[in-house]
Every structure is written in C-alpha cells, then in structure tokens.
Design a binder for this molecule. Structure first.
Ligand SMILES: NC(=O)c1ccc[n+]([C@@H]2O[C@H](COP(=O)([O-])OP(=O)(O)OC[C@H]3O[C@@H](n4cnc5c(N)ncnc54)[C@H](OP(=O)(O)O)[C@@H]3O)[C@@H](O)[C@H]2O)c1
Length: 311
C-alpha cells in the first residue's frame, strides 16, 4: 500500500508512519514543513499543505492508495490571533487534500478529535452530532465535514487524549496541558526525575476523556485503509477516566509512588481564555465491530505504553 501521511514528523503522525511503514510494510511519503527528519527510512519531501498547487502535484507524482491527514497548525493561542491563516491551514489544506485524493482515487482518512464535542456529551458515539465550543474544535469539525461530504472514499478517525512516544522528535518537551495529550508521559518524566507532580483539577479544563495510545490508534487507521472502510470512527481506547484516575493508573502501571502526586487547579496565568470541553469521553464500540478490533483497556494501553517508553 502507498500511504501519504501528512504531519508524519509530528507526534501522532510519526506513530502512524511507524505502524504503516514498519508494522505493515507500506510505502510511505511524508510531506515536511518546518522540520526535516534526519536518517529517515521513509520518503519525505517539502510541501506546505496550504499550497494547493504543491499538494496536487505531490499527490499526482506519488499516486497514493491512502492519504492519512494529521497535520495541523498546532498552536492554540496562534489560531485565535491569526484566524485566516489558521482556517486555511485546517480547512483549506483538508479541502486541497480531498480534491487531490479524489483525483487519484485514493482513500482519504482525516484524523480528528474528541474536542468536536462540547464536554457535556459524555460517551459520544460515532454518530453523535458534534457541538464544538472553541475554535480548534470548530475547525476540526469543518475538516470532518469537508471529508465526509467531499471525499469519494473518505473516513474520519477521531482520536482522544493521545499518549505515546514522539518518534520523529523524541526530545520535544512533554508537559501537562488542559487536554489529556502527553499527560501520562509528563507524569512519568516528572516522578522518575524525583519531582512531585500536580495533577490539574478544575471545572474549566478537560477532566474526563478516553485515552488513546498513538500506535493503537494508528493500527485502527491501518484497518480502515486495509479493510476499505468509510464513515466516522473512534480510534481510541476502551475506557474513559478522570485526570485523577489516569494519574493513579499511571503510577500503578509504571511502578511509581502515588504519594508524589498532588491535585489542584492549573496556574491561572496559563488559562487559555476560551472554553475547554469538560467531559469528552467517547464510545468506540461500533468502531471496534467495524474494524474487528479489540479495544485496549486502560491498563493494557498503559502497559503497552510503558514498553514503548522504556524501549
Ligand atoms: N495530541 C493529541 O492528544 C491529539 C488529540 C486529538 C486529536 N489530535 C489530532 O492529531 C493530529 C496531530 O496532532 P499532533 O499532536 O501530532 O500535532 P503535532 O505534533 O504538532 O504535529 C503537527 C504536524 O503538522 C505539520 N504541519 C503543520 N503545518 C503544516 C503545513 N502547513 N504543511 C505541512 N505540514 C504541516 C507539522 O510540521 P512542522 O512541525 O514541520 O511544522 C507537524 O509535523 C491533529 O490533527 C490533531 O487534531 C491530537
């Protein structure tokens, strides 16, 4: 299979490259942007995804069987400051990729998020109507629509609270934020360094979610491509959990001392000043059935992450 993986030098995308290229032997091309990988054993070439002509030319040259689109302008403050640039980067780039995918009969998989939901839609299923509460969620929902309405062979793969190794840039700093991404790694990094960790708890942050492991989500995306599925999928773990529950489960899975955890609100100076969904838990039962995939329990997911982390 020939796979074009956008954002393949990013956190999630680098795990998709790992699973597609190394796990399944796909011929992978990654369009690069500001970062160029060193010693990569997959194809890569510079391409700004907001340049429609460059995207069309790259896709015509490579003629992928599948495009997995993860790339985003990942700067929460900047998307509010530079709205046109951001809209073009999220929605415009997705439209270019959909048109390019259609032109070569490729499947288009759009990687989306649990933040398309409003934080009250606990246990949202694949068909629950989204109701995003911030600009990031709005632009991701718009991307979902571009794919579901415009792609001749399209799929939306929502992921949530992603944990894992950044395989392209392992030294990227990992810190707790108002979502669940990097939460487990930031606890492990901190406690292993002997530094106590304060788990944020507050009504105005993401307090409940369904954690994913990036390699597991990537494996589910592989199945979407390989089994030739279309529609919306929840490519996450089986279990939903609070921040406190995930912190305690992390200590258990990694053999860390839970007494080194404290609990309290985030630093007010860090507040994003925009709404953050509170409970973004997802139900992935239908996805598991469609992909014939056993969703990992939280403890299985953390055990697998420990293996990846220590390898
Ligand atoms: N992380 C999570 O917990 C989480 C949760 C839910 C959903 N998601 C979704 O997962 C996807 C990936 O997120 P991530 O955390 O992996 O982000 P990330 O690490 O910041 O990666 C973003 C990637 O996009 C590339 N990119 C940005 N603008 C580009 C452009 N104009 N042209 C080409 N490439 C461009 C970046 O390249 P450069 O760095 O070289 O600019 C980078 O490789 C996103 O779609 C996000 O919505 C993530």
């Amino acid at each position: 299979m020939k796979a074009l993986i956008t954002g393949g030098t990013g956190f999630v995308g680098s795990n998709i490259v790992e699973v597609f290229a190394h796990g399944h032997g796909a011929d992978v091309l990654v369009p690069t942007h500001s970062f160029t990988p060193v010693d990569a054993d997959y194809r890569h070439e510079p391409c700004d995804l907001t340049d429609a002509g460059a995207v069309a030319a790259m896709v015509q040259r490579f003629r992928p069987d599948v495009i997995v689109h993860t790339a985003i302008l990942n700067d929460f403050a900047r998307i509010y400051r530079e709205r046109e640039v951001s809209w073009n980067s999220y929605v415009g780039a997705t439209r270019c990729l959909v048109e390019a995918a259609n032109s070569v009969d490729a499947k288009m998989i759009f990687v989306s998020t649990d933040w398309v939901f409003d934080g009250t839609q606990s246990g949202a299923v694949e068909t629950t109507p989204p109701n995003p509460v911030n600009l990031y969620g709005v632009m991701k929902m718009a991307g979902e629509l571009v794919v579901s309405e415009g792609a001749a062979d399209g799929a939306v793969a929502r992921i949530s609270g992603v944990n894992g190794i950044h395989r392209a840039r392992p030294s990227v700093p990992r810190a707790q934020d108002r979502g669940f991404g990097y939460f487990v790694a930031s606890i492990v990094d901190s406690l292993r360094a002997g530094t106590p960790f304060r788990v944020w708890e507050s009504d105005d942050i993401n307090m409940i979610a369904t954690p994913s492991l990036a390699t597991e989500s990537a494996e589910m995306m592989w199945r979407i491509a390989d089994l030739d599925r279309t529609g919306t999928f929840h490519c996450c773990g089986r279990d939903s959990v609070s921040r406190r529950g995930l912190a305690l489960a992390t200590c258990d899975a990694f053999g860390l001392d839970p007494d080194q955890l404290a609990f309290g609100p985030p630093d007010p100076d860090d507040a994003p000043g925009v709404p953050i969904p509170y409970d973004t838990s997802l139900d992935a039962t239908a996805t598991a059935a469609a992909l014939d995939y056993e969703l990992p329990s939280l403890s299985a997911l953390l055990a697998k992450f420990r293996l990846e982390y220590e390898r």
